[in-house]
Design a protein around this ligand. Structure first.
Ligand code: NAD
Length: 478
């Protein structure tokens, strides 16, 4: 790969970064363009030996990196951020090409990643004196863990990678990053940028699928896994990590409910509710996935959502003005088709379905489904795509009970102009984040994480940073 500026049109030569070296890999997997459904590049598929080399490079780099003063690490990570910014437009095109999202959204994804990176560089985990007497002094320190394995999903490849790399590095760890096999290219490019500005081995990026991931999560030298992906894979990772009791942060699936109260104005809220679900073509962990609407405004809200949806432009991410691209991969697109078919067979009504610009690729219509039964997959499972289930309720207690009747607990929201009433109800939703009149809303200084099958631990804020450290107590008898 070119070391001065990224070439985003190449088919091959998407090297991994192991130590400072660009490693082409020894076997390959095709990367598909979600707009056409055709392969457009080849990415490496790291073998066990290559994965081990990356872990060894991270382990070798750890002592010197951990020994740097906190501020010196932060300064180098800021330089990494500046180097990413310089490649912003090439990275955004690459992200758009492999992920399918509109170019403008790819630019915002990188911008959001950089906001997190810089916020982490401003955070410090200060040592504290817990006790000081004439005979004793007890201090608490945050120490880095060592090599961190970072595994990401395909919906926000660069944002998720930066969410993991930045706090791991600030806290003094080194990392091996593995993106999803369907969206490896932008993250591989990130590895080459890191190699330009950071000491060798501090950031290593490999690509591959389940075999690579399993090696990374079970290798004895990896002390912590930070993972974003499905609940099923999260459970598997937890099992693999148990042999060595590795630390874990697991950001997993969600089935967030939104509740619209009887005093809400359907037309005023339609746009925000629409984007709460359909941003990134509905492929968002903390998207609004089930909408419970008071029966008195059910029909007007369905109409307002359908009217709004009709004005949204779907198309290839590189086409100007497009707001929603194709889904990222065929398996997920096919899952949406099956989910809608099953819901309709179970009695749900399609109240709106958009046109799609092409039958090629992984486009799926924006779909609004009313009255799906609670046991339909579209209500019970995680609908990770552009399909929204909208159900009426009569009694707010029943709506809250249905919202909480799920194995997931990532986010939830309540919508009403009466903010105090909505807030009191939102606090009763069993989820790691609850929002009022928005869904989701993220901030680099605010922890984000799920309960139940939605995960373990948090990302963001000082609490997110702490997850990349262990507490060391220094207890001195004077
Ligand atoms: P996935 O679990 O299939 O894959 C995620 C990553 O795990 C990929 O890199 C994959 O190669 C790797 N992997 C697969 N099997 C593995 C194994 N046995 N050991 C180690 N690694 C393995 O998830 P996905 O389909 O890529 O992503 C969609 C899911 O991610 C959705 O459920 C979504 O809700 C979730 N997600 C959660 C958050 C969050 O912050 N909670 C954010 C984004 C996405």
């Amino acid at each position: 790969m070119n070391n001065v500026a990224l070439n985003t049109t190449q088919e091959t030569g998407w090297d991994m970064t192991i130590g400072a070296a660009a490693v082409p890999g020894s076997r390959f997997i095709p990367v598909f363009d979600p707009v056409t459904g055709k392969p457009f590049a080849q990415a490496p598929d790291a073998t066990v030996a290559e994965t081990d080399q990356a872990i060894a490079a991270a382990a070798a780099a750890f002592p010197a990196w951990a020994a740097l003063p906190w501020a010196a690490r932060a300064e180098k990570i800021r330089s990494f951020g500046l180097a990413i910014r310089e490649e912003n437009s090439a990275l955004a095109r690459l992200l758009c090409r492999e992920q399918g999202k509109p170019l403008e959204k790819a630019v915002s994804e990188i911008g959001a990643g950089l906001a997190y990176l810089n916020a982490y560089c401003d955070m410090v985990l200060e040592p504290a004196v817990l006790k000081e007497t004439a005979t004793q002094r007890i201090e608490q320190h945050h120490r880095p863990l060592g090599v961190v394995g970072a595994i990401t999903a395909w919906n926000y490849p660069l944002l998720l990678a930066i969410w993991k790399i930045a706090p791991a590095l600030v806290a003094g760890n080194t990392v091996v990053v593995k993106p999803a096999p369907s969206t490896p290219l932008a993250t591989l490019a990130l590895g080459r940028i890191a190699a330009r500005v950071l000491p060798p081995g501090v950031v290593n990026v490999i690509a591959g699928g389940t075999e690579t991931g399993e090696r990374l999560t079970s290798h004895p030298a990896v002390r912590k896994i930070t993972f974003t992906g499905s609940t099923e894979t999260g459970k598997r990772i937890m099992a693999n990590a148990s042999a060595r009791l590795k630390r874990l942060t697991l950001e997993l699936g969600g089935n967030d409910a939104g509740i619209v109260l009887d005093d809400a104005d359907p037309r005023a809220m339609a746009a925000d509710i629409f984007w709460a679900k359909f941003s990134n073509c509905g492929q968002v962990c903390a998207a609004l996935k089930r909408l419970y609407v008071h029966r008195s405004i059910f029909a007007p809200l369905c109409d307002a959502l359908a009217a709004f949806a009709a004005g949204v432009k779907i198309g290839p991410g590189l086409t100007a003005g497009v707001q929603i691209g194709p889904m990222q991969n065929r398996a997920q697109r096919d899952r949406m088709e099956a989910t809608v078919e099953q819901a309709v067979a179970a009695g749900a009504r399609i109240i709106y379905q958009s046109e799609i610009p092409s039958s090629e690729g992984y486009f799926f219509p924006i779909t609004l489904l009313a009255d799906a039964p609670e046991d339909a997959e579209v209500v019970r499972g995680e609908t990770f795509g552009p399909v929204l289930a909208i159900m009426p309720y009569d009694d707010i207690e029943d709506a809250i009970a249905r919202a909480n009747d799920t194995e997931y607990g990532l986010g939830g929201s309540v919508w009403s102009p009466d903010v105090a009433r909505a807030t009191a109800l939102a606090e009763r939703l069993e989820a790691g984040s609850v929002w009022v009149n928005q869904h989701p809303s993220m901030d680099p200084h605010v922890p984000f994480g799920g309960i139940k099958s939605s995960g373990l631990g948090v990302e963001g804020g000082l609490r997110g940073l702490e997850e990349f450290t262990y507490l060391q107590i220094v207890n001195v008898k004077k």
